[in-house]
Design a protein around this ligand. Structure first.
Ligand SMILES: *Cc1c(COP(=O)(O)O)cnc(C)c1O
Length: 385
């Protein structure tokens, strides 16, 4: 049996097929530029075959892109706990409230899953120098995996990103450029320079494999819920990689016969100061409009326009989900509640997800008895200033 069932890439916009053996960013068809998805053969695989393996993103290696074990660059990412939030649940009469606790990942956030997979594949396919824009955590994760892979890494971040993100990138040996602007301004700088500099762009959904790393959260949820899925998944959304990835994973698992056709309602949470997805969702639009003057202290949510917004919106609707906002003050309260009730010092993004749950319950959109998963996507320790 091959180590990976990867066969090819397909465009999520126009359906064009691309060669998975090439180092590619997005769909190469003229004028398309759609995000590329990794596709796998329909070979049989039993979930029992995965049971004894280490709990990292590579536990699911047949449905991951690395062709051989030797290619993998890993720092032990993934395999995070699904915690039953008993005290917070009891206080809110929600007996089946769970937290997917991603703070324990290498570099302190779930970005490690995505960049672990992306850096592995970039190196395997011949990249020597990586570049990316970041709102914070992606830069640290990219820099760490690039260091472990022996690759050069160039990180572009808004000048007002918390200082710790820059310090860690530099410690990992990355070249950091502070940009007077937002993450999409940083992205434009990468795009302008990359050809002349020979950089491979590992921006969110502008290469096919970050989403593969993040989809493993979907596999883990299914396994931890005894090969069923929860009723509601609440996801603090920036570029949307995890939400898109989990939805992809659910489809793959159904095709493998590991789960049925039931799906959670997917909920996208953004900050009131940067809410392109809730706005587009409310207006019934298929794509979002750049959110001007974007501001929030949850740097992971400060993404004024997601590259694959069309996928996020499609998934929210297909799952009968929701998109909503919380304020920065609400996030702070959410962080404090997660910390004081559950012992989890969450990132503001995690606090946002918990606050969103309360709003959905109050609005009658989530029933208190449902199985609800709050994503705590990173550690609070990076946001202390
Ligand atoms: C990047 C980030 C997010 C948003 O993740 P996406 O997959 O880009 O939507 C949420 N929380 C934290 C802590 C992050 O670093």
């Amino acid at each position: 049996m091959p180590f990976s069932f990867l066969t090819h890439l397909s465009c999520t916009k126009c359906g064009a097929l691309e060669d998975a053996g090439k180092l590619l960013n997005v769909c190469t068809r003229a004028g398309c530029g759609g995000a590329l998805f990794a596709e796998y053969s329909a070979a049989a695989l039993s979930k029992d075959d995965t049971a004894g393996r280490p709990r990292t993103i590579w536990r699911w290696h047949e449905l991951m892109p690395a062709r051989w074990p030797e290619e993998i660059v890993s720092l032990g990412e993934g395999g995070t706990p699904l915690l039953h939030a008993k005290r917070l649940g009891a206080k809110n009469a929600m007996p089946r409230l769970y937290v997917k606790e991603e703070a324990g990942n290498p570099t302190g956030s779930f970005k490690a899953r995505g960049l672990g997979a992306a850096v592995t594949m970039a190196k395997a396919l011949g990249a020597r120098k990586l570049a990316l824009p970041t709102a914070g955590n992606a830069g640290g994760a990219a820099a760490a995996y690039a260091a472990a892979a022996g690759l050069e890494c160039h990180v572009f971040m808004p000048a007002d990103t918390p200082k710790v993100f820059r310090i860690e990138c530099e410690a990992y040996g990355a070249y950091v450029t502070l940009v007077d602007g937002l993450i999409d301004d940083c992205g434009r700088m990468v795009a302008q320079k990359k050809d002349a500099e020979g950089w491979f762009d590992v921006s969110t959904l502008k290469e096919p494999y970050r989403v593969e790393g993040k989809k493993t959260m979907g596999y883990e949820l299914a396994e931890d819920f005894g090969w069923t899925l929860p009723d509601v998944v609440v996801y603090p959304t920036g570029g949307g990689t995890g939400l898109i990835g989990m939805w992809k994973a659910f489809g793959e698992m159904e095709r493998l016969g590991w789960i049925g056709s039931a799906r959670p309602r997917m909920v996208s949470v953004q900050a009131e100061g940067c809410a392109p997805i809730p706005k587009a969702f409310a207006e019934g639009k298929d794509v979002s409009v750049r959110f001007e003057h974007a501001h929030t202290y949850a740097s992971g949510l400060r993404v004024p326009k997601a590259y694959a917004d069309y996928l996020i919106l499609k998934i929210l609707r297909a799952s009968k989900g929701e998109a909503l906002t919380v304020t920065d003050d609400e996030m702070r309260r959410g962080v404090n509640e997660l910390a004081s009730s559950e012992g989890l010092f969450a990132a503001p993004e995690g606090g946002a997800a918990w606050e969103a749950v309360k709003k959905l319950v109050a609005a009658g959109k989530v029933d208190r008895g449902e199985r609800v998963v709050v994503f705590d996507t990173g550690t609070g320790y990076k946001y202390v200033d």
